[in-house]
Write a protein that binds this ligand. Sequence first.
Ligand SMILES: Cc1cc2nc3c(=O)[nH]c(=O)nc-3n(C[C@H](O)[C@H](O)[C@H](O)COP(=O)(O)OP(=O)(O)OC[C@H]3O[C@@H](n4cnc5c(N)ncnc54)[C@H](O)[C@@H]3O)c2cc1C
Length: 437
Amino acid sequence: MTEAGRPEFGPDQLDALLDDLLALLGPRGVSTLDRALDRASRDGSGMSPILSAQHPLGRPDAVCYPKSAEQVPAIVRAAVRHGVPITARGKGTGNYGQVVPRFGGLVMDMTSLGRVTAITDTTVTAQAGARMIALEQAAWDVGKQLWMYPSTVQSTLGGFLAGGSAGTGTIVHGRNHMGFVESLDVVFAHEDAEIVHLEGAAAQPMVHTYGVAGIIVAATVRIEPLQDWQCLYASFDSHYAAFPAAFRAAGIEPKPRLISADCATIVDALPSDPALVRGRANVRGIIDAAALDETVAVLEAAGGRIEAVRSGLAQTARLSTLSYNHPTWWLQKAVPDTYFHMECQGDALVTRLREVEEVYEGGMLHLEVGHETMFGMINGVYHDPGQVFAGVPALEALGVRVHSPHQSYVDLDADRVKAIAGSTDPKGLLNPGRWQQ
Ligand SMILES: Cc1cc2nc3c(=O)[nH]c(=O)nc-3n(C[C@H](O)[C@H](O)[C@H](O)COP(=O)(O)OP(=O)(O)OC[C@H]3O[C@@H](n4cnc5c(N)ncnc54)[C@H](O)[C@@H]3O)c2cc1C
């Protein structure tokens, strides 16, 4: 980890900031207690043995808890005045270490700003700390659905937009920087900071860039008419039959909201459920009722056995929590201190599956149908960072694009975002340490 970007601040600046925050938020609105600092230092980076070896990735000096949107710019003004770094925090499930304050300073816990404030035919507006599942519920209540939400359904809207990228709904709508966001209310790190409203393209540099260019206070994201979703579970003798079946099912119209597939070893690590048959590979998906018969036929033709068909919000959310990083998370829980993973993309994940698996010792792919391509997590037995990165050229040679979940540098349009942050955060105080040197 580099020291580049470390802001110059010390105990005097912190004390002065704490005085201001106490006046602004009262004694319950700010904490320097160990348990608050410990909590604000935790995230999902334990999934990476490379990041785990670097723990602690950081620790704040103080945590504050704004209770109203208006308090956010006031907090930012105070931190900027005293030159203390600020890192916004949602549910803290980010798995790259991007929510851990690299150089300490102030963590702003956004989870009390949890109101869903408006819903129209095409959008829902909520404060940054609103849970993704609460937004989906609000949409269902009026016959709508979110374009997308992550498998961490309890994570926050601000955290998903700033720190996440994809999830249930991505098959149709792509990643969260591809039109999901209609507008954002943000606060820049200026001494006269106020809430600024950004529409459309102007809001995009705030998405998946870890809060380095602005703190999201509220967001308006897209919804669409609710479809009749059926949660379909099928088991297979082998994932070599299951993965091509998932690939074929992905092409059926209306498109699925989610399709995930795993080999038996990963299925055995998932939470107990009669639909997840131990010792058998699995394909599961959130399927439009109009596509159910055709999807069942495709899976059965490939040797699949239908284990369950379920419906309702709770069931779709449950199936979502078995997707994306979650199967790796369960695998690591079942077999501790053994596996690492790499995020992979490309149809070669299915068409060259055996070769992909052979890149790493114990290679096991969790397959996800992505947006116009296959996506997944390749899990392998961990030895050292060199072995992990040595596999990248081998995967690329197979036609697989790789993203490393073992670092927290901004890697979406980084040059442009850095230029924008130069004016929205001239002192480099927003979640510093996120630029690759
Ligand atoms: C098991 C597991 C499964 C996961 N599955 C998915 C998945 O399906 N899809 C996916 O995209 N990700 C996934 N993730 C990553 C992560 O859970 C999600 O991206 C999640 O939506 C992050 O939300 P959060 O509230 O936990 O954010 P946090 O972890 O609190 O923050 C994430 C980043 O956003 C910044 N941030 C938070 N709030 C704000 C704000 N208001 N303004 C500006 N910046 C802010 C933080 O500083 C940090 O850099 C997974 C992680 C784990 C451990």
